[in-house]
Design a protein around this ligand. Sequence first.
Ligand SMILES: [Zn+2]
Length: 180
Amino acid sequence: MGESSSKRYASADEAVIGFLKAYQEKSQNELKEYGAVVYRKRGEYFLGKTHIGVEGSVIGIFLEALNPFKPGRTIGTIHTHPQEIPRAFGTDSKANSFSGMDAVLPGIRYLGAPNGAIYKSVKNRKPNTVIFEGLAKAPNNTMDVKVFGNTKFWAELFFRVKLSFRRLRRSRKTEKQKKK
Ligand SMILES: [Zn+2]
């Protein structure tokens, strides 16, 4: 987790663009999600710590947003999706839109997408908007910059639970094999 930056911006969108210019490509190279919380204080916008997650989540931004001792008012969160994924529930976005889990993030949601665009979601049921294009694209990117629907929450949750059980079972199996 990186230190929070003292840099101030005139708008939340500008703060997000600054963050993603710095971390989008890194996120894609490492196949890890990067994220931050966007704050506002005295009419200026700034970012909290830089969180580094795994492919599929960056839980640190959620935890930081829940922290009652905030350096300012929470405006929203930014995170990246490092590459296209073929499996997305109820959307053909291939991760160029928010996931079902992203719907629980507080405030405005920003996404650095595999197609090099920055998507903004102000309300869960409203369509996303594109606020910037031309960031680094994921090496496996095939998607044009357009607005896609978000992944469906319950279908994705069910899949993620199933996947984690499968991983758990697999790791138990390898552990048993090690003991032999
Ligand atoms: Zn996401």
